[in-house]
Design a binder for this molecule. Structure first.
Ligand code: PBG
Length: 325
């Protein structure tokens, strides 16, 4: 006659809900992706990501201090060179005077060891064709020639002060070659945050504006097919064998099943990247008055944590960390 089981008993008050919540969100779980651009004197807004900017070296340092004060777990830096400085090999990616390496040095000088400074270890911002690697004569992305460029880039980033290298290019063998090059050069404590399962996603759209991408076409010959689940496990296993310290799934929201698979199997911490398109969709819907922004942001992050992410990269990291602390 009466329900014997009454799950609602545990939902009846805020105090009860707090007591029984299974998943938590803390500032330390959040990593803030940041952009530093060469040749600008004022921070430059990114129109498709309202609230996110390309920083000058100066505004980068200030925003980093703000984020650290808010308690974020780390900062992930992307570099935006002047368009004229791009070339086929992405030369400035591995030059100490390239904007990303200067930005990393500035970040380390500013925040030291108060948070974890991470670098995007990928060529796409620096190549004039916009691909994540160098091209073969036939125009395809040359995996093994690209690995040599990643090694140079990784060493320059380690020397500039990056503590974790975010290998986001999806070349085969990238984690292994970077790990051995770091070790040989004595950078034994520089770690690798491997973008292990990274999908060819339409949701990267706003990021392409954020970094002034030159890409024509797509990345489907190296990033994963959204149709595939098993392949992510293979990629993660390879990165673990090659020496990844942390593995990441990207994007997050459309790939929460993948995130759960990876979390169930990984022997190292698992990160997820709530990417530009996820940020922009929630922001746009909120600006239209269609959803409650603050609640939607928290729910999206909690969902990613619940699916298995220990760490979440999100453009809301500093804001949410401040709200939580
Ligand atoms: C490539 C890279 C991309 C992102 C991070 N690193 C774009 C891509 O693969 O096309 C996307 C991040 C985002 O959309 O927020 N190095």
């Amino acid at each position: 006659m009466f329900p014997a089981d009454r799950p609602r008993r545990l939902r009846g008050s805020a105090a009860m809900r707090r007591l029984v919540a299974e998943t938590s969100l803390e500032p330390r779980h959040l990593v803030l992706p940041m952009f530093v651009a060469d040749g600008i004197t004022e921070p430059r807004p990114i129109s498709s990501m309202p609230g996110v900017v390309q920083h000058t070296l100066d505004s980068l340092r200030k925003a980093a201090v703000d984020a650290v004060d808010a308690g974020v777990g780390g900062l992930m830096l992307f570099g935006v060179p002047r368009p004229d400085d791009k070339d086929a090999d992405g030369t400035l990616a591995s030059a100490p005077e390239g904007i990303l390496n200067r930005g990393l040095a500035a970040l380390r000088a500013e925040v030291g060891a108060d948070t974890v400074v991470m670098a995007d270890t990928c060529l796409d911002e620096f190549t004039d064709h916009g691909h994540c690697g160098v091209l073969a004569a036939d125009g395809s992305v040359d995996n093994d020639a690209t690995l040599r460029r990643y090694v140079d880039m990784a060493l320059a980033q380690a020397e500039s002060g990056a503590v974790l290298l975010g290998t986001s290019g999806m070349m085969d063998g990238q984690v292994g070659v970077i790990r051995s090059a770091l070790d040989e050069a004595g950078h034994i404590d520089t770690g690798i945050l491997a973008y292990a399962a990274k999908y060819a996603s339409a949701f990267y759209g706003p990021f392409r504006e954020a970094v002034g991408s030159s890409l024509q076409g797509d990345r489907r010959t190296y990033q994963q097919d959204p149709a595939n689940r098993r392949e992510a496990v293979r990629e993660v296993d390879l990165d673990l064998v090659e020496g990844a310290d942390i593995v990441m799934v990207k994007p997050a929201m459309a790939y929460l099943d993948i995130l759960r698979d990876v979390a169930d199997r990984s022997t190292v911490p698992v990160a997820a990247y709530q990417i530009s398109g996820e940020y922009s969709m929630i922001t746009a819907a909120a600006q239209n008055g269609w959803i409650d922004r603050d609640a939607a942001v928290l729910e999206s992050l909690l969902g990613i944590r619940r699916a298995g992410a220990d760490i979440v990269l999100t453009y809301w990291a500093a804001e949410v960390a401040r709200r939580l602390s």
